[in-house]
Design a protein around this ligand. Structure first.
Ligand code: 9YT
Length: 127
């Protein structure tokens, strides 16, 4: 069994910071679970354009407030608040905006190696 605490992750290299976010990566590829679980903070007043071409991602909001805009042929904006999940089942390009500090529990399939930060397309390389 794997048991980890947020304090342990914060003190490790599994606490990864981007320009607009901080991701505490609880489970990564080497854990051999087949998926990653993160506790991710999105900083207030930011917007982040993302497109995970190599991963499926679902994000469940537990704190804060913001919105996710799906880009593409039929753009649409969905409000995000605690109790909302969004799942990028078609690898959609999207913009995440945080009005108040957002805390998201994110699941990635396949797992991240744990070191990823976004490339120029807003995604991560295949792991
Ligand atoms: C919502 C989102 O994708 N934020 C970027 C960080 C990501 N959750 C990660 O790498 O853990």
């Amino acid at each position: 069994m794997i048991v980890r605490t947020l304090d342990e992750i914060l003190a490790s290299d599994m606490n990864v910071e981007g320009e607009t976010w901080a991701s505490r990566r609880f489970l990564v590829k080497k854990d051999e679970m087949g998926f990653t679980v993160t506790d991710t903070i999105i900083h207030p007043g930011t917007e982040t354009e993302l497109c995970y071409r190599n991963h499926l991602e679902a994000c469940y909001c537990i704190e804060g407030e913001g919105e996710v805009e799906v880009l593409g042929p039929e753009p649409r904006i969905y409000p995000i608040k605690p109790g909302t999940i969004y799942a990028l089942d078609k690898h959609e390009r999207h913009i995440l905006r945080a009005a108040k500090t957002m805390r998201l529990i994110c699941i990635f399939n396949p797992a991240l190696t744990g070191k990823e930060v976004h490339d120029e397309s807003g995604g991560y390389p295949a792991s």
